[in-house]
Design a protein around this ligand. Structure first.
Ligand SMILES: *Cc1c(COP(=O)(O)O)cnc(C)c1O
Length: 235
């Protein structure tokens, strides 16, 4: 049975994405809405597909494997902590891995991608706000990380990802702007060999702000999948 409220919430988020784009003169086609399905089952994913969703985000490898196998023609994003022993499952299953947060992941990821004969698309996660609880490269470590990963033939860095501090939208905005500015600087240096165009930033509470600051990918879970939080973004 079609869950109309999920369809309605998806539609509302989609419209909020478009409105945010229009506000800053961006083309809504530039922004990918990733439906973060980490807390829901495959039935809910199916409902979201019926509502029009094509991109999904998972933060556990087991869930990623199950759901990607159930819906192989959809685009799967891995957004969670990457445990080394799960690399063999995540690489090749996720179309884009957002949460690459340490250089020690490069070698095993490269080996797995080569074994599968694929080019794995990844983003580097950056801890822009500097909060101790957040993972990710420090902003001044990203240049070195890009130098290291440029030796990995089967890993394609497509851009950067960050998580904003919770609370005031003004702090979130500073974080998003910081990621974009860092990307712009790195593009001057690495632009000949890499295309760092993707900026994965913004969740239920702050995706509109993220779009205003240049997000190309927003990761929205609760506003789509949870009834209690359906009105988070409605103003
Ligand atoms: C859970 C999660 C999201 C989605 O968060 P919501 O607040 O549910 O929209 C986005 N990104 C990451 C990395 C997450 O873990």
């Amino acid at each position: 049975m079609l869950d109309m409220s999920l369809a309605q919430r998806y539609e509302d988020v989609k419209r909020a994405v478009e409105k945010a784009c229009v506000r800053v003169g961006r083309n809504p086609g530039e922004v990918v809405l990733v439906a973060v399905s980490k807390t829901v089952d495959s039935a809910a994913v199916h409902e979201a597909i019926l509502a029009g969703a094509g991109d999904f985000g998972e933060n556990r490898s087991e869930e990623l494997l199950t759901k990607a196998a159930a819906f192989p023609d959809k685009t799967w994003h891995f957004i969670g902590n990457i445990q080394s022993r799960k690399i063999k499952d995540i690489v090749g299953t996720a179309d884009l891995i957002h949460s690459v947060d340490r250089t020690s992941l490069f070698d095993p990821m490269q080996r797995r991608a080569a074994e599968l004969g694929i080019k794995q698309r990844i983003l580097l996660e950056v801890n822009v706000s500097g909060e101790e609880t957040k993972s990710g490269f420090a902003p001044d470590e990203v240049r070195y990380a890009l130098q290291v990963v440029s030796n990995c033939e089967n890993l394609v860095v497509c851009g950067l990802m960050t998580m904003a501090p919770q609370g005031a939208l003004s702090r979130a905005r500073e974080t998003f702007r910081g990621l974009r500015e860092l990307r712009d600087i790195l593009m001057e240096e690495f632009g000949d060999t890499m295309d760092l165009q993707e900026l994965s930033m913004g969740m239920s509470e702050d995706f509109e702000t993220a779009i205003e600051e240049g997000a190309t990918i927003v990761r929205v879970g609760r506003s789509i999948f949870s009834e209690e939080n359906a009105d988070i973004y409605r103003r």
